[in-house]
Design a protein around this ligand. Structure first.
Ligand code: PMP
Length: 359
């Protein structure tokens, strides 16, 4: 008898593994680039007061107009641009890909980069082309331009700063990619809060560029709110693909509330940047082969050969979750990725790391 799952689920979906999230109850969680700080107690109380008045029996505001205006204002986006909201920026990657997808069309991104670009290309039946980054994960412009010429991608993703490498690509090669790409270029600024440069001006310069951001790394990962800024022409097309009510009432109200306290979110990101400086210093005291500079809230480091998995496992056994990137991509051989936590979390992690690396 034929197995209907094997027969009907597309082979490329059968070949995938679902996005894996390690169990984390009771662990020091430094594997997912979250902000480790919750809000001050008084702010939590005020928030709970707002939630009390929410009517969950009603559908959410279908357009979230006020929230969009707040976001544009706080993020210094020219009012002439429009914004579409997603259930995390993950959903926006999917919305954009769905709007552009056709069999044979290509999604392109440098590699290693955020895995969902490739996953979502596959979900949408598109071809994916990854272009290897150069030494120290710089954008290899010659390789990118050659790949663009050869594959004529409908969609290019550039994560600025990049995940999992933590670096920001130089502006000039990014501009060249925008200029040469025949289709849409999405600049994914998920880690903007920890970096030195934004790319809003690229939208003024190139009509094939949009900017994607998220509140996840600024302390609202649990709310799931991503945003994409672009010209009316692009955004109105993406709006057709967005499912109705994708931003739920709790997210909408909580995000609006959080943005009234944007100073708290900013102070937290500043603290994370300071913790990052301390953590980099401390990691340099340990026998890593290489520690890459970071403009994000995580740090990528290369262990001595063959040690990454062992160290990650030792840390897990000591109650600390980090990300073992070894095996995810050839250029990430022996690599670990550490999310920057609170000073206390970082101390606990370093203790466990010290023990694991002296074995
Ligand atoms: N872009 C990049 C580069 C990321 O690393 C992530 C999450 N790790 C996302 C987008 C998705 O973030 P979210 O869906 O939480 O907004």
């Amino acid at each position: 008898m034929t197995n209907p799952v094997k027969q009907w689920i597309r082979p490329e979906i059968q070949a995938l593994s679902a996005y894996h999230v390690a169990p984390s109850a009771g662990m020091v969680k430094l594997d997912a680039m979250e902000n480790p700080y919750h809000w001050p107690k008084a702010m939590v109380e005020e928030w709970l007061g707002i939630l009390r008045d929410i009517h969950v029996n009603r559908y959410p505001d279908p357009v979230s107009a006020e929230l969009k205006e707040d976001l544009k204002l706080l993020m210094d986006v020219d009012p002439k641009y429009q914004v579409i909201l997603g259930n995390g920026s993950d959903e926006l990657i999917q919305i954009v890909a769905m709007a552009l997808a056709m069999p044979g069309r290509v999604v392109m991104a440098p590699e290693p980069s955020f895995v969902m670009y490739k996953m979502i290309a596959t979900f949408c039946g598109m071809d994916y082309v990854g272009v290897p980054l150069g030494e120290d994960f710089v954008l290899d412009l010659d390789a990118m331009l050659a790949a663009i010429e050869e594959h004529q991608p409908a969609l290019v993703f550039l994560a600025q700063p990049n995940n999992p490498t933590g670096n920001l690509f130089e502006l000039e090669p990014v501009r060249s990619v925008c200029q040469q790409a025949p289709g849409l270029v999405v600049i994914d600024e998920a880690y903007l809060a920890f970096s030195d440069r934004h790319h809003l001006a690229l939208m003024d310069e190139f009509d094939n560029v949009v900017i994607m951001r998220t509140l996840s790394k600024m302390g609202l990962a649990g709310l799931r709110l991503g945003m994409l800024f672009g010209s009316k022409a692009w955004v109105e097309q993406f709006e057709k693909v967005r499912l109705p009510y994708n931003i739920n009432v709790l997210t909408e109200a909580s995000a609006k509330f959080a943005l009234m306290h944007f100073d708290v979110m900013k102070a937290q990101t500043q603290e994370i940047k300071e913790n990052r400086t301390q953590l980099v210093k401390a990691l340099h005291q340990l026998p890593f082969e290489k520690i890459w500079p970071s403009q994000a809230n995580f740090i990528l480091a290369r262990t001595p050969p063959g040690k990454a998995r062992f160290i990650a496992d030792q840390l897990r056994d000591a109650g600390v979750l980090i990300k073992c990137a070894d095996g995810a991509h050839p250029q990430l051989k022996d690599c670990l990725r550490f999310t920057v936590g609170t000073a206390d979390e970082n101390r606990l992690m370093l203790q466990a790391l010290h023990a694991a690396m002296s074995e």
